[in-house]
Design a protein around this ligand. Structure first.
Ligand code: PHB
Length: 395
């Protein structure tokens, strides 16, 4: 009690001194310091290339601003989270306490995100999620300092059921990795597929990040569904596509997926990915000047093609830029910073999107088909999809 009162009294004195101009030298020095940005991303393992694409996209957004945030130089700190949930809290704590980052950009894996989330909520540090779709981060545990520039795990699959039934595929098998992202992608799929009149005849799974698909593919062949729907991503997705085709299943059982299945893997999967149908908030072939300019610039800078992860990293950068510019680089002005980020409209290569009250993008979902090593857009599968944000009450 005494300690708390002491702290409050001291901070009240500091505010008084600051408004009287007594602390101006310190404040000016703090402002001219670099903004400390921490990347907590997978740089090894099945999601390694996702982490790289996110970092590339983020840096590209900042480079377009002369490398500055609200007029301040930027210093980067990096941690490889290895997509390993047990190390999540420790790695996030390292960035917050040792490196004293102003903003933590991370991560990809939903399980690791829960570690970051705990640290973000306890420390109050700004967290921008450039991928991980774990529901609770923008539902029951939503927080004013946590912003997602990507999706919730059920957003893409909420758009998947109808196009499947529209194509006459009414009996499906679902297959995924057994962890939060797979389970929550299933939630969206189940809802949309059952509502459209489809029937799910079997749910199959294997532990993350296993890629021993053979026994499960044999089981699918014997179940003879009209279609298979799935959630896989990264290196594991490329292997699943190749194994599905090698087993001959692509000839008579249409494969569908949450769009991550065909992101960043089209060269690795080769012809095995042809004809796969997915729903996602981005498509390579979106015919807009914004997307074309982004793709050209990214390919020129990084000597590789961008994917949805690059777009999400880029948008994470854009979101932070909007906030930092609104407070002229004073990221300590949290109320104004968060208000600007919350109210932002992001002019993304995916199309313009806004933040929901729970700090999650409201965005269109595209139906895409793989052809010639590209995700070709077929149409908009669902407009302005918002996550239900169940249980979110901002403090
Ligand atoms: C997740 O774990 O939330 C996740 C990982 C990879 C993806 C999408 C979601 O491509």
């Amino acid at each position: 009690m005494t300690t708390r009162r002491l702290v409050l009294t001291r901070s009240a004195a500091l505010v008084g001194a600051a408004s009287a101009g007594l602390l101006l030298p310190q404040i000016v020095r703090a402002q001219s310091n670099k903004v400390r940005v921490g990347f907590m991303l997978p740089y090894t393992g099945t999601f390694a290339q996702l982490g790289v694409a996110i970092e590339n996209g983020f840096r590209m957004a900042l480079d377009e601003q002369g490398g500055k945030l609200g007029g301040r130089e930027v210093e980067f700190f990096k941690v490889d989270d290895e997509s390993a949930p047990p190390k999540g809290i420790e790695n996030a704590t390292r960035l917050v306490e040792r490196d004293k980052v102003d903003v933590l950009v991370g991560t990809v894996h939903s399980g690791v995100q829960m570690g970051i989330h705990r640290v973000a909520r306890e420390s109050g540090v700004l967290n921008i999620i450039p991928n991980a779709g774990v529901h609770v981060a923008t539902r029951a545990q939503c927080a004013p300092n946590v912003f997602r520039a990507s999706f919730t795990n059920s957003q893409p699959t909420l758009a998947l059921g109808k196009p499947m039934v529209d194509r006459g595929h009414k009996k499906a098998v679902w297959i995924t990795w057994a962890y939060a992202a797979g389970d929550e992608a299933y939630e969206g799929f189940e809802k949309s597929y059952l509502e459209a009149g489809g029937q799910i005849i079997k749910k199959l799974s294997l532990p993350f990040p296993n890629v021993e698909f053979q026994a499960l593919l044999t089981e699918i062949a014997s179940l003879r569904p009209d279609a298979v729907a799935c959630f896989f991503a990264g290196g594991g997705a490329a292997k699943f596509l190749r194994d599905y085709a090698a087993a001959g299943l692509n000839k008579n059982i249409q494969l569908y997926g949450s769009g991550f299945l065909t992101e960043g893997v089209l060269d690795a999967a080769g012809d095995a990915a042809n004809g796969v149908l997915t729903t996602m908030h981005y498509s390579d072939s979106l015919d807009t000047p914004r997307n074309k300019q982004f793709r050209l610039e990214y390919a020129k800078t990084f000597k590789m093609q961008p994917d949805v992860y690059a777009v999400q990293g880029y948008d994470s950068g854009q979101l932070l830029i909007k906030g930092a510019n609104a407070v002229k680089g004073d990221l300590a002005n949290k109320q104004a910073l968060y208000a600007a980020m919350q109210g932002a409209t992001i002019d993304s290569p995916r199309g313009k999107w806004t933040m929901s009250k729970a700090n999650n993008p409201i965005q269109d979902m595209y139906l895409r088909e793989v052809a010639n090593r590209q995700n070709k857009v077929i149409g908009i599968a669902a407009k302005a999809v918002a996550d239900p944000a169940t249980g979110c009450r901002m403090a």
